[in-house]
Design a protein around this ligand. Structure first.
Ligand code: MN
Ligand code: MN
Length: 282
């Protein structure tokens, strides 16, 4: 009898403890605005386990990594107010130790003196909620050799404009990638760095989908959804105005062989991927 009572009260205590734990963990885990799925608009190259098209999913972004090039093929991320906080730039550039053992792990020093910046795909300033979020943008798997003028002016202007769109009540899906071989940095033309382990891209592109903040993001993309696509030369003599390089998603798809925005219905893709953006640029 005594044992039965003890068991009964133990059951009751553990029940309340469980309910209490559920309440605490739910209220801690649920953010007011969800961070969103970085790959919601699709996997442009059907990245999987291959050396040249290796799928990496981190909390902060998703990518196809190319071990032959020592760079991503593309990186996809969601940008909304939920990702933005006040974490300062960590500047902790480092090799990505999560890459498979048989991949070369590009080091920050592989770019030193090359005349090319360690150009972020997912920008540091797009991931400022936590130290971990910001720090993970400094993994070398998130970098390409980017001509300094392209990175610090043209690209920076577009990145700033994206964050302005967020401050105006939008959420964005951004896919950045590159293709081709050979670019012109501050020390002239180069095709590779680090004795061939890193390929210098020839062109750098970006596709930005702009949606007013809301839910069910893929499902509410329509023929009138704003999509900005640009394709820039990896050159130090580039224009500082990113708008100069506006193009269509279709043009990028035909250059790269990818299907960008593949989770959007085919009928809507047909319309929004054929249009050159002519919206505001700042
Ligand atoms: Mn940059
Ligand atoms: Mn597409």
């Amino acid at each position: 009898m005594k044992v039965y009572k003890m068991l009964k009260s133990f059951k009751r205590i553990s029940y309340f403890a469980f309910v209490g734990w559920m309440l605490v963990s739910c209220s801690q885990g649920d953010e007011v605005v969800p961070k969103g799925d970085n790959l919601a608009m699709g996997n442009p190259s059907d990245a999987n386990t291959g050396f040249s098209n290796y799928f990496i999913q981190k909390e902060q972004y998703a990518m196809s990594y190319n071990s032959y090039r020592g760079t991503p093929n593309w990186v996809s991320w969601h940008l909304s107010s939920a990702w933005m906080g006040s974490t300062p730039r960590q500047d902790d550039f480092r090799g990505d130790n999560t890459l498979p053992d048989n991949f070369y792990r590009v080091l920050p020093s592989d770019y030193t003196g090359s005349g090319f910046d360690r150009g972020h795909n997912t920008p540091s300033a797009d991931r400022t909620l936590t130290v971990t979020d910001n720090s993970d943008t400094f993994l070398m798997s998130n970098m390409i050799p980017q001509a300094p003028t392209n990175n610090q002016q043209t690209w920076a202007n577009l990145e700033n404009y994206c964050r302005k769109l967020v401050s105006q009540g939008n959420e964005l899906y951004i896919i950045m990638g590159q293709y081709g071989k050979g670019g012109t940095g501050s020390a002239g033309y180069k095709e590779t760095l680090a004795g061939g382990k890193v390929t210098v891209p020839n062109r750098i592109w970006k596709v930005i989908m702009v949606l007013p903040e809301g839910t069910n993001d893929v499902g509410r993309v329509t023929n009138s959804t704003r999509v900005i696509a640009i394709d820039t030369p990896n050159s130090n003599s580039i224009s500082t105005s990113w708008a100069t390089y506006r193009t269509t998603v279709d043009a990028i798809e035909s250059k790269t062989g990818y299907d960008v925005l593949s989770n959007v219905s085919a009928a809507v893709q047909e319309v929004i991927e054929a249009r050159v953006d002519n919206g505001p640029t700042s």
